[in-house]
Write a protein that binds this ligand. Structure first.
Ligand code: B3K
Ligand code: ZN
Length: 881
């Protein structure tokens, strides 16, 4: 485990390295008990750097076996090698020389899953962000671009497949039943994009002809026997390749594109040049084992990693502070891809829900940081919702401000101007300024200032003068990251909706720049006066979620009801109904705390009935509009003194109120939506299943609900329906025979399939109630559970601590005790996964005082544990700060 040096890295501390490494030749001898790596590095002193400046290379847990410069062995007095660093104090006077290093590593013992490790007997690497230094000493930073040639030697029996980045240039036999392969990647790349895979895997092959007519060989490598399950991923890959040509004019650039699926992986996937490595859960799918949500996420993830080939690989990041340059931009690109492949408005709503659930709490808690952080102790902890999801929103706002044509022009210029370079956010913004002649300096604050801005809006209408006035005030709540918040440029899409549901025209707008349906907010207070508005409109604001902000709008409830039914912008329609539901849930929480039974307006249940039956709306949209905000969403709205049990009770009360009022209509629709033809994962079929399963969730809350869910379970012909039924049973009727039987049947059927068993773990870990902590402890002893596999840990422990409000925040603190023990046990093997689990307590200050003090004790008990990893210490200390 890497020791915590406590060192803080700062954006303004960036300094180019003294040396460059234009070429890297690596030889891997994969032996049964260890691996020997020989690195031959071409080292070049940067122009202007003093002759003899020491050469300092990064390492992490390395053992140096030999070192030579220009093939001459280096005497011990000329260098200092520790596991974490290699310092050559007096490098040659020549400006260019060859440094040869031989290191020894032990992939089979590598449980942190960074660097070179073995997963299920397959050798595999993960180098982003700083894993390459666990393979050899190197200038392991993203602004060091090198051309790699990689030779792999291994036993043919153990590793018939030998893969690395780029194109295969040579392969052949060796003595002792060993063989070798040489791969060359002509594109200079940073070390974090290096990859090697060796092992026994089955192959799915296909090909793709690029727009300019070049042939690309495609390969997806999976565990033998699972080839059939990679068909959907292959199809998604080809669709992604075509989409990037059509929408961004970007072609693939190598002769081969390979994807490998492995079962032990810290993250979802990795975009190594020409050799993407995936967590197998993001590749393997068929209707029997994967839900519609899994299919959608595989499609998005395949696209995301592929799109990195340009945004991340061809143009990379100067330093890790610029992470959003590749991640926010590539997330934006994968969201657009999915929107084009599926339904744009449904995709937008899902993305915004994700942003609100994962990023808003980050922005509102102690882990808040700007999209481009200015300091870090452990970069691995900055692969956050802020960098990815808010980072994507910032790119989306640039497109909103510039319009599609200039946005594309800017993207073309960015990729042309910086191809083969390591760039910064300033470089990115500059291209859009150059193509549009706009000043984006105020807009740039979105990258540098944390916190979710709020717009407080009041309206007035004067029928005599036909004037409709908006008074808008912006504020950015304080965060640890910046003392003083500056005013932002917020592009606010809007509509003035008239009584017939269409947008009202107006003669003019004064007080702010208003163009193409967007008000550009730049000041603290802005008054916008619309003239020629004879009737009071319903105000539709932040259409399409044009800016990642919160809104406080003085609005009549009837306006929300009206907008929920009539707004021409579907996102806003969802937003209006979601707001009504959220307000009702907050009110029910307050009633319960005051000892009163919550009451709900009949209008809410009526609206749910109207939405469910609205044939003009897609099924998937109706499903999203009917799903109640989840407990964490309500907690965020309440923001202080949270008692998760009361939130849960209020939510259940609203579910049964809506279900009772609409019982007949929901039941009829539920029956009508039954799967008729053969299974298809397409968006329309998935939407139909989604709506039917939301209706099941409501109906399962009524009398007879367990029997209905059991029937749904028994009749399910795909995993989407089966998992939905099992969830309804386990969550609503956990003590029923039906629930026990269904859980047992599921286990019997899928116990040999770890990815499916993850769903079984997840469903049980998310079961509301104070008893779940004990269930989770028992499940940790289940033969399918493993403390070394990140997917198992995330499914069982991760789900419990981050998606089970009532269970985890049990008032007696038993959930927190379990959290402390488990996080520390995971940390011993895998600090990265432990640190991610530990973020589950990031909103501890919003809890009611009893839980708050127990949560604090839990965090303190972790932080006082000796020899914590840098990863975990960083999260826990920032959470407590
Ligand atoms: N770039 C990787 C994430 C790496 C995470 C390192 N801790 C996958 C992605 O976002 O595309
Ligand atoms: Zn990415």
């Amino acid at each position: 485990m890497r020791t915590d040096t406590g060192q803080v890295f700062r954006l303004d501390g960036y300094r180019p390295s003294d040396y460059l490494l234009p070429q890297t030749e690596l030889t891997f001898w994969l032996l049964s008990d260890q691996t020997i790596v020989v690195a031959e590095l071409t080292v070049e002193r940067r122009a202007g750097v003093d002759v003899g400046a020491p050469l300092v290379l990064d390492g992490d847990g390395l053992v140096l076996r030999s070192i030579a410069i220009d093939r001459r062995h280096l005497a011990a007095s000329h260098y200092e090698a520790t596991p974490d660093r290699l310092v050559i104090s007096h490098p040659p006077f020549e400006s260019r020389f060859k440094l040869t290093l031989e290191t020894e590593i032990a992939p089979s013992k590598n449980q942190a899953l960074m660097g070179l490790f073995r997963s299920n007997h397959v050798y595999c690497t993960q180098c982003e962000a700083e894993g390459f230094r666990r393979i050899t000493y190197f200038l392991d930073r993203p602004d060091i671009l090198s051309v790699y040639t990689v030779r792999i030697e291994a036993s043919r029996e153990e590793a018939p497949l030998l893969l690395s980045n780029g194109n295969l240039v040579e392969s052949g036999e060796l003595a002792d039943d060993r063989h070798y392969a040489v791969w060359h990647d002509p594109f200079p790349k940073p070390s974090y994009l290096f990859a090697l895979v060796a092992g026994k895997l089955g192959a799915v092959r296909d090909s793709f002809v690029t727009a300019s007519g070049r042939d690309v060989e495609l390969g997806i490598y999976v565990e033998h026997g699972k080839e059939r399950l990679a068909a959907y991923a292959m199809d998604a890959l080809k669709r992604s390749m075509r989409w990037d040509e059509e929408v961004f004019g970007l072609e693939y650039d190598l002769d081969v594109f390979n994807i490998v699926a492995v079962s032990d992986f810290n993250m979802g996937a990795m975009e190594n040049k020409g050799l993407n490595v995936f967590n197998d859960k993001n590749v393997l799918a068929d209707e029997e084992t994967a839900t519609d949500a899994d299919f959608a996420s595989i499609e998005a993830m395949i696209a995301h990693e592929y799109f990195h080939n340009w945004t991340g690989n061809r143009v990379t990041c100067r330093d890790w502070f610029q992470l959003c340059l590749k991640e926010g931009l590539t997330r934006y690109r994968d969201q657009e891809f999915s929107a084009d492949q599926r339904s744009r408005s449904v995709k937008r709503i899902s993305d915004v829900r994700k942003l609100r659930t994962h990023q808003f709490p980050e922005d509102q808690g102690p882990l808040a940081h700007p999209v481009r952080p200015r300091r870090y102790r452990e970069i691995t902890n900055f692969y956050t919702a802020t960098v990815y999801e808010k980072g994507s929103e910032v790119v989306r706002m640039i497109r909103t401000i510039l319009g599609p044509h200039l946005f594309r022009k800017g993207m073309d210029l960015y990729l042309k101007r910086h191809d083969g370079e390591a760039a910064t956010i300033e470089d990115f913004l500059k291209v859009f300024e150059d193509v549009s002649d706009r000043d984006l300096s105020q807009f740039a604050l979105w990258y540098d200032q944390a916190g979710t801005p709020n717009l407080n809006v009041t309206t007035s209408h004067n029928p005599a003068s036909s004037q409709f006035t908006l008074e808008i005030e912006q504020s950015v709540p304080p965060t640890h990251s910046e003392g003083h918040k500056r005013l932002m440029h917020i592009p606010l899409a809007f509509g003035l909706v008239g009584p017939d549901g269409t947008d009202m025209a107006y003669d003019g707008a004064k007080g702010a720049s208003v163009e193409n349906g967007i008000i550009h907010i730049r000041n603290r207070r802005q008054v916008v006066r619309f003239s020629g508005v004879s009737e009071r409109p319903a105000l539709s604001l932040n259409r399409g979620f044009s800016a990642p902000i919160t809104l406080t709008v003085e609005q009549r409830p009837e306006d929300h009801f009206f907008l929920a039914r009539c707004d021409s912008d579907l996102f806003s329609r969802w937003q209006a109904s979601n707001k009504l539901l959220s307000d009702a849930l907050v009110a029910s929480f307050r009633s319960l705390l005051g000892g009163k039974t919550p009451e709900f307006s009949g209008g809410l249940a009526g609206l749910a009935g109207i939405i469910a039956g609205d044939q003009t709306l897609e099924h998937a949209f109706r499903a999203l509009a009917l799903i109640l905000p989840d407990e964490a969403d309500v907690a965020r709205e309440i923001s202080a003194n949270i008692d998760p049990d009361a939130i849960f009770a209020g939510r259940e009360a609203l579910i049964s109120t809506i279900a009772k009022a609409n019982r007949e209509q929901f039941s009829a629709l539920y029956r009508e939506l039954h799967d008729k033809g053969p299974f298809s994962p397409d968006a329309a079929s998935a939407g139909r299943r989604a709506l039917r399963n939301v209706l099941l969730d409501y109906l399962s809350a009524l009398e007879g609900g367990a029997a209905l869910a059991a029937m749904h379970f028994a009749g399910a012909t795909n995993m989407t329906d089966r998992a939905a039924a099992l969830t309804a049973l386990a969550h609503r009727h956990s003590d029923s025979t039906e629930a026990c039987q269904a859980l047992a049947a599921f286990e019997r059927k899928y116990r040999a399939d770890p990815l499916v068993m993850d769903k079984w773990f997840q469903i049980q870990a998310a079961t509301p109630g104070h008893g779940t902590v004990d269930t989770v402890k028992v499940l940790m002893k289940h033969p399918c559970f493993s403390m070394t596999n990140p997917n198992r840990i995330r499914s069982l422990v991760g789900t419990f601590v981050s998606a089970n409000q009532t269970g985890f925040h049990r008032p007696d603190g038993a959930g927190y005790q379990f959290f402390v023990e488990t996080v520390l046990a995971v940390e011993k093997r895998n600090p990265q996964v432990a640190a991610r689990l530990a973020t589950a307590l990031r909103s501890w200050r919003s809890l009611e005082p009893g839980r708050q003090s127990k949560a604090r004790e839990a965090l303190l008990s972790i932080s006082s544990t000796p020899n914590l990893s840098a990863d975990l210490r960083d999260i826990v200390e920032r959470t407590l700060a």
